[in-house]
Design a protein around this ligand. Sequence first.
Ligand code: PXG
Length: 465
Amino acid sequence: MDNIPNHLPTAELQALDAAHHLHPFTDGDALKKKGARVITSASGVYLTDSEGNKLLDAMSGLWCVNIGYGRHELADAAQYQMKQLPYYNTFFQTSHLPVISLSKKLSELSPEGFNNVFFASSGSEANDTNIRICRHYWATKGKKTKKTIISRHNSYHGSTMGGASLGGMGYMHSQGGMPIPDIIHIDQPYWYGEGGDSSPEEFGIERAQQLELKILELGEENVAAFIAEPIQGAGGVIVPPETYWPEIQRICDAYEILLIADEVICGFGRTGNLFGSETLNISPDIMTIAKGLSSGYAPIGGSLVSDEIADVINSSGEFSHGYTYSGHPVSCAVALENLRILEDEKIIETASRNTMPNLTKKWSELIHHPLVGDVNILGFMGSIALTPEKASRAKFASPEGTVGLICREHCFSNNLVMRHVGDRMVISPPLIISNEEIDILISRVTKSLDQTLFDIKKLGLYKAS
Ligand code: PXG
């Protein structure tokens, strides 16, 4: 079945959606006025909406559909598993075939010294697990005061109380009393926006050294871990200066703290290797995984932990933590099939050899557009910063995100899904995007930028703050 046949007219679907569905990260009243875009099917890199429009999805859904849409092998794997064993848990000394196979597979694929995984159903849950694991790890080792986790402003680690607290989004913290205790944020390595007159190299070192200063301020005996995305995704695809990660690694090695690499977006090929940590030469103790693990076809996440952490947790008596769906058999079967396709079809190798360099080249040329002040790209994570004044890296006088939103709307009208984060535009296409589709993507981005420039001039928004 390619589509839900004979669905209701779009306006009726939108009215039902508005009446009964509370959307994530959405202004409900604004959505009610406008009506949701209803997606009905998808194939490859294209989505089809209820009006029959075909949109190029340059966001892989929400950074997750790494193998592209429409791979029926994953549907077959899910169907087989649902018939065989739709559910069983992994609590109380039980297990099942898909979770055993996936755990083994992930151990084979992970860097040396990573042979254990704790499963969740999402990246948020997995990061909540990480809070539990790293605090329990230190307590088991007799270091009960090592509880504080250092994270970064403008990082994204999920939307549960734990995940959102780890994340550095002020607008999330302000709704519901976050961050929870013992989570502290340092500044992000965002040179274009915050680097002032320093060079990117100097700035990368300075921002990394904030970690060391924070450890010294809090006392090493009170710090459990540092968590970071190898490349910030939801914060606007911020590729850190080259000096940043080596300095962070030096600090994490020099002090007795755990390093958690949140690979929820970077993992499973997005940066050209299986993990972003490989691309950026990071040696973490824990890696958060989700999204690309199943290419979004089924909800699954997890925490890959070092052997040392697994040994300590195993020796601690009962670890009183887990989710009904930890290691859900259908999600595990789907993830296994996804990993098989990624491997057998050499999707990551092909992208990193062929399409990633091509997109990098063409994306980088967008710097010549009058509205673009900055281009960031690594693998298939790209961003551009919109600016009214390239030379000074100025922001717009209008509230942040006004121009970005205008641009995103033009993208939609041009049948392109590109997200805006404030006035940065971001992309994260499926790994299977072809060079011809990259040309279509770039031409739609360029057209949308031209239309945005035209509009903001007309509206008087082409002004620096
Ligand atoms: N860590 C990172 C690095 C993420 O990007 C999560 C954890 C949480 O995963 P779950 O599966 O709980 O959503 C994420 C999720 C956006 C956007 O608009 C980004 C995410 C989720 C939803 C929207 O950029 N990232």
